[in-house]
Design a binder for this molecule. Structure first.
Ligand SMILES: *Cc1c(COP(=O)(O)O)cnc(C)c1O
Length: 381
């Protein structure tokens, strides 16, 4: 006999705003492993306030509006949105292959690099397999791993908010299928160094896939940051993950890709949701590759702003990790909520992480100036 209460006593849909049940409990059997999936906490939108311009510094977006040439292409493409997109993402894949000088068969695209990472985990992990990554790192990692029923192995960052590659090598077991290396690390900023990465890769069993997540590649200026593509070429178990969301300014359209050796890339294509990369995203990504020189001017401006902000913070006495990305990290611990609230009071929405710290995206110069004012008057201990 049907019953209204589920065996686990709990699968209810709750209202979006007040948490009260908006439908009765359901007897439908959801996967138990979903209980282990953390919710993605997205960066909050800018909060308008009387008398000040509000700025969103919470999602590492590119603050510049789309290039007119890219917008034109998207508008043109929109006229055909009654048609399915090119399922093979052929033109973009060919353009990437040429630009990166790799065979097209090594490229697998997806709806954002988060989408591609989902394909990686799906293609490699069965329930109970382990995925090793640094923590804190990108918020989506534990979600994607838990969704696959795999086990997340989080290896704490060093005291300098960098990957502890030695501890990560030690965390690998015979259940480990994938290691994620986020370089530069979101939310703390440092890149791994080439020498430490090579030494780490020498210790990783060759049947474990190492993914170098380079979402912020275009902002990297450290001399000793790795050349991930060269490392990929030299090592059959290394893949590179990239996105059009950050430097290319296409976060809203969702397109990213992996470069992996052919059997892996083919598995990723199999694990992809059909037509996952929509036609506007394909057209915009292609147009953005063509307009890269124009986009790069903006990237250089943001890198210049980062240098200006970091220098001013150091002048104020802040000790912040070296950032190779378009954000800075304040490891303020217990005072995380307090710092986020002080920024918010000044019209700046930043991203607090529990009791670890606050990440602020490098944004418009006026937003960055205001961030510096808030931090100058934030009491430190
Ligand atoms: C923003 C980000 C991504 C990219 O996400 P998309 O799905 O491509 O928008 C991937 N990895 C890291 C570390 C990021 O911060």
């Amino acid at each position: 006999m049907a019953t209204l209460s589920s065996p686990a006593g709990g699968n209810t849909v709750t209202g979006m705003t007040d948490g009260t049940p908006s439908t009765p409990p359901t007897p439908v059997r959801l996967r138990g492993s979903l209980d282990a999936v953390p919710a993605y906490v997205a960066g909050k939108p800018a909060a308008p306030q009387a008398g000040v311009t509000a700025y969103k510094m919470s999602s590492n977006e590119n603050p510049y509006p789309p290039l007119p040439s890219v917008l034109d292409v998207v508008r043109e493409q929109a006229a055909q949105m009654n048609r399915y997109p090119d399922m093979g993402v052929t033109a973009l894949t060919a353009a990437l292959a040429e630009r990166l000088d790799v065979p097209a068969a090594r490229i697998s695209t997806g709806p954002g690099s988060v989408g591609v990472l989902g394909q990686i985990i799906t293609a490699l992990c069965d329930a109970g397999d382990e995925v090793v990554f640094a923590w804190r790192s990108f918020e989506a990692y534990p979600i994607l791993v838990a969704l696959a029923g795999a086990t997340a192995v989080r290896v704490p960052l060093t005291s300098e908010a960098r990957h502890d590659l030695d501890a990560m090598a030690q965390a690998i077991t015979d259940r480990t299928k994938v290691v994620l290396v986020c370089t530069p690390n979101n939310p703390t900023g440092p890149s791994v160094r080439t020498d430490e990465l090579e030494a780490f890769l020498d210790r990783v069993p060759d049947d474990v896939l190492v993914v170098l997540d380079e979402a912020y590649l275009e902002f990297v200026t450290s001399d000793d940051a790795p050349d991930a593509l060269a490392i990929h070429r030299a090592r059959p178990n290394v893949a590179v993950l990239r996105t059009f969301s950050k430097a290319y300014g296409l976060a809203g359209l969702r397109v990213g890709y992996a470069v992996a050796h052919e059997p892996v890339a083919e598995a990723l294509r199999k694990a992809a949701i059909p037509f996952g990369v929509n036609s506007l995203a394909q057209a915009a990504a292609l147009a953005s590759l063509e307009a890269f020189d124009e986009l790069d001017v903006r990237v250089k401006e943001l890198v210049g702003e980062r240098a200006r902000v970091v220098a001013a913070l150091e002048e104020q006495g802040w000790d912040i990790p070296d950032s190779d990305a378009n954000f800075v990290w304040f490891g303020v611990g217990e005072r995380t909520a307090e710092l986020a609230a002080a920024c918010q009071a000044a019209g700046l929405t930043v991203r607090p992480y529990g009791t670890d710290g606050v990440r602020a995206t490098i944004a418009e110069p006026e937003a960055n100036d205001r961030l510096l004012e808030v931090l100058a008057s934030f009491p430190r201990d």
